[in-house]
Design a protein around this ligand. Structure first.
Ligand code: SF4
Ligand code: SF4
Length: 285
């Protein structure tokens, strides 16, 4: 069980399946100071501040500038410690497979797609693939210049998740005011993801935590009529699955448990197992 589940899952198994994480009560608790001071909640103020053309690239660039320091030899360790603390308190995510993303949508009250801000920054285009839950879309719509969000019915949201999965995007559940408040399921191309990059490049682990699962390959099935087809390899954004003379093989240390490799396999040879009971992966978050 990851640290987050240990603290916040209660009887629900995983922190993001705890209905409390979607409740107004929790939101009011997390924004108590703002209400005492009679001002808009912090994230809404941030949206107001940065919701013009430069609204997101500006703070995100500053963040990445700081994150870059994690690569420096002497201060890197300290920056990683601070980065991990900030990630847990502020806004970071955990990888989830498609099945858990569906369960998250079931728990959320209202759903809306935002353009992926990371991709806007790094690639310069808008792709509506960040599935947000109340209150983020409400904040966005209140803004005088108005953010364009696309409201979805629950079933439409699930269809969108399936569509993103077909494209090979990694689903990740994000918190916003700190755990266990759930704010969105992002559908990530990790090359552009400002949560995944600090993790993959600089080891800021809690910016993008591995899933509660890890992949395993059934070698007997893999070496069937289409041995070493490599479809699973092509779908892994983390370089965690490779082909060997015996078939596909998962590097347990690299695997984030996203489950995308499964969807490329016509032999049904890849499955996700519980990370918590895996002899090696249980210590790798
Ligand atoms: S091996 Fe499969 S489950 Fe693991 S990170 Fe790669 S695609 Fe995701
Ligand atoms: S997609 Fe399936 S059959 Fe093909 S290499 Fe991967 S595990 Fe083996």
């Amino acid at each position: 069980m990851c640290d987050f589940c240990r603290k916040h899952a209660e009887k629900y198994g995983k922190w993001y399946l705890n209905p409390k994480g979607y409740s107004e009560e929790l939101f009011y608790k997390l924004t108590l100071l703002d209400r005492i001071l009679n001002r808009r909640p912090l994230r809404e103020r941030e949206m107001w501040k940065y919701s013009d053309a430069a609204w997101y690239p500006l703070p995100i660039s500053k963040t990445l500038g700081l994150v870059d320091l994690a690569a420096k030899p002497l201060i890197g360790g300290l920056v990683r410690v601070i980065g991990n603390v900030i990630a847990v308190r502020e806004h970071a995510g955990q990888v989830v497979p498609l099945e858990d993303a569906y369960r998250i949508v079931e728990l959320s009250e209202k759903q809306a797609l935002f353009p992926c801000m990371c991709k806007r920054l790094f690639k310069g285009d808008d792709e509506y693939k960040c599935l947000n839950f109340t209150p983020a879309p409400d904040f966005a719509e209140k803004h005088p210049r108005g953010w364009r969000v696309k409201w979805l019915e629950r079933e439409e949201a699930k269809e969108k998740l399936e569509e993103f999965s077909e494209k090979g995007y990694v689903h990740a559940v994000f918190w916003w005011y700190g755990l266990p408040q759930v704010i969105c399921v992002c559908n990530c191309d990790v090359r552009y993801c400002y949560a995944a990059r600090p993790r993959l490049w600089y080891g800021i682990r809690k910016a993008y935590v591995k899933a509660e699962y890890v992949a395993e390959v059934d070698q007997d099935r893999c070496s069937g009529d289409i041995p070493r087809c490599g479809n699973c390899v092509a779908r892994c954004q983390f370089g965690a699955i490779t082909l060997t003379s015996k078939g596909a093989s998962v590097d347990t240390y690299k695997c984030f448990g996203c489950g995308q490799c499964r969807f490329g396999c016509e032999e049904d040879a890849v499955r996700l197992v519980d990370r918590n009971t895996h002899p090696i992966a249980k210590g790798l978050w």
